[in-house]
Design a protein around this ligand. Structure first.
Ligand code: ZN
Length: 237
């Protein structure tokens, strides 16, 4: 049997909350590929124009040239046949077709590197990222550091009142929070009807503002000693 693609492709997914260093990690991996003189192409959705029009940029100002595309179809159309590595940043802003696009590119023998938020501001899976995590060969979950207590943070806390799922911004509008300090938007969890809740989820009672005293007490009796367990787990970047 003749193999059309002697080189096997695969998908690497980098996910996590905001401020967890996803773009930084993506850029690091893509840079190494470029150093090895591999042909690298990088894409980002048109939606995210926070920093630069034709670069992917991390919060720490690392940057790489990228191509801005409107959707997964345009991305596929603009992939160079000779590209060996395809990077996609902010993948959560793509349409669902990005899942098939990643599969097709990997099947063509390309190394596909994607980075994106796995949870939205309500703390729910941010499609299509869960589907990409399922089909990826390699998954790296990056954690940020909770900006309230210093624990491992996998949630993105929105600090504004907006209920748009997509609200581009960074410092000032969002904070990284651990599961204890994360407070999902109140109005929505109150309006939520039972049918919209997945059967496996047991929702906690609607969040109430946590007085600082209660939090301090909880920490002092060791019940939620997040910083020390955080150290035990070896830390995160
Ligand atoms: Zn916390």
């Amino acid at each position: 049997m003749q193999r059309l693609h002697p080189k096997t492709g695969w998908i690497e997914a980098i996910c996590g909350s905001m401020f967890s260093g996803k773009s930084e990690e993506l850029i690091r991996r893509l840079r190494r590929a470029e150093l090895a003189r591999q042909r690298v192409q990088i894409f980002k959705p048109g939606l995210d124009d926070r920093f630069a029009e034709d670069h992917i940029v991390s919060h720490s100002q690392m940057r790489l040239r990228s191509i801005t595309v409107a959707d997964s179809q345009e991305l596929l159309a603009r992939v160079d046949d000779r590209a060996e590595v395809v990077g996609i940043d902010e993948v959560q802003f793509f349409d669902h077709g990005i899942v098939n696009a990643c599969t097709r590119l990997a099947n063509l023998g390309k190394r596909v590197l994607v980075a994106g938020l796995d949870l939205d501001y309500r703390g729910r899976p941010f499609e299509p990222v869960p589907q990409i995590l399922a089909i990826a060969e390699y998954v790296s979950k990056q954690l940020a550091i909770c900006m309230v207590c210093g624990g491992p943070a996998n949630h993105t806390q929105r600090l504004t009142e907006s209920h748009e799922r997509i609200e581009i911004g960074a410092q000032g509008m969002y904070e990284a929070r651990c599961r204890y300090c994360f407070e999902p938007p109140r109005e929505e969890s109150q309006l939520e009807s039972p049918e919209t809740v997945a059967p496996t989820q047991e929702l906690p009672p609607a969040p109430v503002p946590k007085p600082d005293a209660a939090r301090a007490e909880k920490t002092s009796n060791g019940e939620s000693d997040v910083p020390s367990s955080f150290r035990r787990s070896g830390g995160v970047g």
